[in-house]
Design a protein around this ligand. Structure first.
Ligand SMILES: Cc1ncc(COP(=O)(O)O)c(C=O)c1O
Length: 226
């Protein structure tokens, strides 16, 4: 296949209706296979799990918050936010605005998206995450979700995913990795280590239209459990 064939394929894929297998059997199968391959590259066993191509990284990040809330508080789907306690989310002060926007759009409230301090290279300080989780719990809030960014928009910083994953496991929180920008490094033998621990995430945003150079808007939200 030439690069030109590939571009035509991408164009047809993203300009077509892919709602159901009956409407677009080939494209639906292409989407499933591509997402499975991406999950394998993340390191989830057999590429199992779930996912979708979405209109962009901001939407993929919003889906991650929705899925986390559904996993821990499924009754919100039918009863609304009053069925959940006062939930809080955590993300770096350098993370993409879409996490704060997800908090606003999904009814958590922007003030309940708690910003984490970063070091001199723009990476989240794990001790600050743990301190803020403890503080939130003492105030009666329920921590739900932590976003670690793999490649921040301005600095290109990679949060220490393994350290953050340890804290998420300790407090039973959903870990999302926003690899919209830096996810492409998973394809690099030399730089993949920057995302070490990504296989411990519950969900990952990865935008092939950024570092991988896909010329049309192309973002995936990938989830470890079906
Ligand atoms: C780290 C990060 N996350 C999410 C996004 C949002 O991606 P999109 O522009 O595809 O909505 C960006 C965009 O720059 C980003 O840098």
């Amino acid at each position: 296949m030439t690069y030109c064939d590939f571009l035509v394929g991408v164009f047809l894929f993203f300009s077509s209706n892919r709602f159901t297998y009956e409407i677009a059997p080939v494209f639906v199968l292409m989407e499933q296979l591509t997402l499975k391959k991406m999950r394998e590259i993340i390191g989830w066993p057999n590429g199992d799990g779930d996912g979708l191509f979405s209109p962009g990284g901001a939407i993929s990040n919003m889906y991650s918050v929705m899925v986390a809330r559904y996993k821990y508080f499924p009754e919100v789907k039918t009863k609304g936010m009053s069925a959940a306690p006062q939930l809080v989310l955590f993300t770096s002060e350098h993370s993409h605005y879409s996490i704060k926007r997800a908090g606003a759009v999904l009814g958590f409230g922007r003030e309940n998206v708690i910003l984490l301090k970063t070091d001199e290279r723009g990476r989240v300080i794990p001790a600050d995450l743990e301190a803020k989780i403890i503080d939130a719990k003492q105030k009666g809030y329920v921590p739900l979700f932590v976003n670690a960014t793999a490649g921040t928009t301005v600095y290109g910083a990679f949060d220490p995913i393994n350290d953050i994953a340890d804290i998420c496991e300790k407090y039973n929180l959903w870990l999302h990795v926003d690899g919209a920008w830096g996810g492409g490094l998973l394809m690099s033998r030399k730089h993949r280590h920057k995302l070490s621990g990504i296989d411990r995430a519950n969900s990952v945003t990865w935008n092939p239209h950024k570092m991988m150079g896909v010329p049309l808007q192309c973002s995936a939200i990938l989830v470890r459990d079906k």
